[in-house]
Write a protein that binds this ligand. Sequence first.
Ligand code: ZN
Length: 274
Amino acid sequence: MRPVVVTVAITGSVARRADNPTVPITPAEQIESTHAAYEAGAALAHIHVRADDESPSLDPERFGRVQEGIRRHCPDMIVQFSTSGAGSDPEERGACLIHRPDMASLTTGSVNFGDGVYENPAASFTALGRRMRAEGVSPEIEVFDLTHLHNARRLVDEGVIGAAPHVQFVMGIRNALPPDPHLLDLLLAETRRLLPGATWGAFGIGRFQSPVMGWALARGAQGVRTGLEDNVRRSKERLADGNADLVRLAAEICAEHGARPATPAEARAILRLD
Ligand code: ZN
């Protein structure tokens, strides 16, 4: 069976304990939840940190603690920090890069996000991209809109990022890209034209998590993403019993498409890390 990189997005910035009591908040909880997801087959952990009151945080010290714990308990797992942070300057959003994680997310443009706007002005994502390059951190380009691919191509042309990054399509955020397989085809065609050689994955929010995963696998995605950041439910009737529960579900969907979760070593080779 074909190995596919399973990313677990353990916490995010939206879901609260009130939505699902297993959402990990403190670094210790995040490490424990990541470890369970790793044992279930996740090879890449996508990390946001929170303050103790559950509000989103950009505290580099917390990022460092989580990375240290993952490196200790989950040998070879790929650590990816989020650099999202609505309204914050790129300096603050990139402060976590001091820990030189394997990867970091890089959103190459602004987009409507629910009732708000997720702001990523060109000067901001360019500065973040440069900081990643300086620290030797591989970017994952988060694509919420077609223009984000074109902006990524510009960063390649300017030498800010490498020519074949990992691209992640985000579907199902209200007022952003709707979850639609036709749109995924369109985005993929444009990716192949603009960033030939890029690896890619796609994920859906909420109840679209499993369908988007299926569409991505059917189209040969190198990666899929799951986790409580994107969806807190196992099914309409039942909350997910932690991140590992969602990783097990992802492994089942992979199997339906002749794929299996990649080991961390395989994932590093697929994403051309190290
Ligand atoms: Zn995230």
